[in-house]
Ligand binder design. Structure first.
Ligand SMILES: [Zn+2]
Length: 317
């Protein structure tokens, strides 16, 4: 099969043997896979990953338990052992011994085929398209912002960082009925937010210290300091970014203003599938370009452009 392989220095498209699923795994033919900022960070050394990156996908089960063969599926990215204390507590995403699809010691989806433990798979409802299904993983993460931040209709929320994930999180937050402003720097996200009826402002226009919750989706070390400027005393900051450099911010403010800082990483796939099934979230507008897997290097270069929205890679030659 073909696969994008990262060797710790460079990535390239190679021929490599199609993986053989273990007894608890399925072999999935990848129909579409999305490029996430995490993939771009991996090419800069994130997690020390080596192998095939990619974790946003929709595919068809080709080998595995017979009730799964032929089904169109998406898959959860955390491969948990099911036995540690976190798994026993019902938090497999924080399994002590987990590997992570395309991120941490488990080959991912920038390939013709991928193997994944069958218990991680979810069937895709018929009325959810392949394009939509690719977004299930990031949408699940975006929906978790509202859950982790305990956002309700009484909240005045500011979201910083209107990139791919931020634009999904903004739509997820809107569903809570909260008062929402999104800080934008570029025209494309501003136009999308306007279409969805979400208020967009510049950082200069944002009032200081009045948001009951600030969501940082910037991915930049400066995001946390900006969030601290916007949040009100006793407010919450939800961090959705993994920072490549170390944020520097006045943590004394966290103490004096009694701010709660909440990290949020992964979310629940069934919630994301339901939101797509019911047409609650517009993901198609986030697709900026499509490439064949054979053009994966061009696809990755495009995804690396500042402000790029979702780049998909599709099966076929
Ligand atoms: Zn575990």
């Amino acid at each position: 099969m073909r696969a994008v392989i990262y060797d710790g220095q460079n990535y390239s498209l190679n021929e490599t043997p199609t993986p053989t699923p273990r007894a608890d795994e399925s072999l999935i033919r990848v129909l579409k896979t999305g490029i996430c900022n995490t993939d771009l960070e991996i090419f800069n050394g994130y997690m020390g990953f080596r192998g095939i990156p990619g974790h946003e996908f929709v595919g068809i089960v080709e080998q595995g338990p017979k009730e799964w063969v032929g089904r169109r599926v998406v898959g959860e990215i955390n491969i948990a052992d099911g036995v540690c204390d976190m798994c026993q507590r019902g938090v497999p995403s924080q399994c002590r011994h987990r590997t992570t699809l395309g991120i941490d010691r488990h080959n991912g989806t920038f390939a013709d085929y991928v193997t994944l433990v069958t218990r991680n798979l979810h069937s895709v409802p018929e009325n959810v398209s392949d394009d939509q299904a690719v977004f299930v993983e990031p949408l699940a993460a975006a929906l978790d912002v509202a859950t982790a931040g305990e956002i309700t209709a009484r909240d005045n929320v500011v979201l910083i960082g209107a990139g791919k994930l931020g634009l999904l999180a903004a739509q997820a937050l809107k569903l809570t009925g909260c008062t929402l402003s999104v800080i934008v720097r570029h025209e494309t996200p501003a136009r999308l937010l306007a279409r969805w009826g979400i208020h967009a402002i510049t950082l200069d226009q944002a009032a200081r210290n009045i948001a009951s919750a600030v969501i940082d989706c910037t991915g930049n070390a400066e995001g946390f300091a900006a969030a601290l400027d916007l949040v009100e005393p006793r407010g919450r900051i939800v961090l959705k970014s993994t920072y490549t450099s170390l944020p520097s911010a006045d943590l004394t403010r966290v103490v004096v203003d009694e701010i709660r800082v909440i990290g949020s990483r992964c979310g629940l796939f069934p919630n994301a599938l339901r939101a797509l099934e019911y047409g609650e979230i517009d993901v198609e507008s986030l697709i900026e370009a499509r490439y064949r897997l054979s053009d994966s290097l061009a696809a990755i270069a495009h995804a690396s452009c500042p402000g790029a929205l979702k780049i998909l890679m599709e099966a076929g030659r």
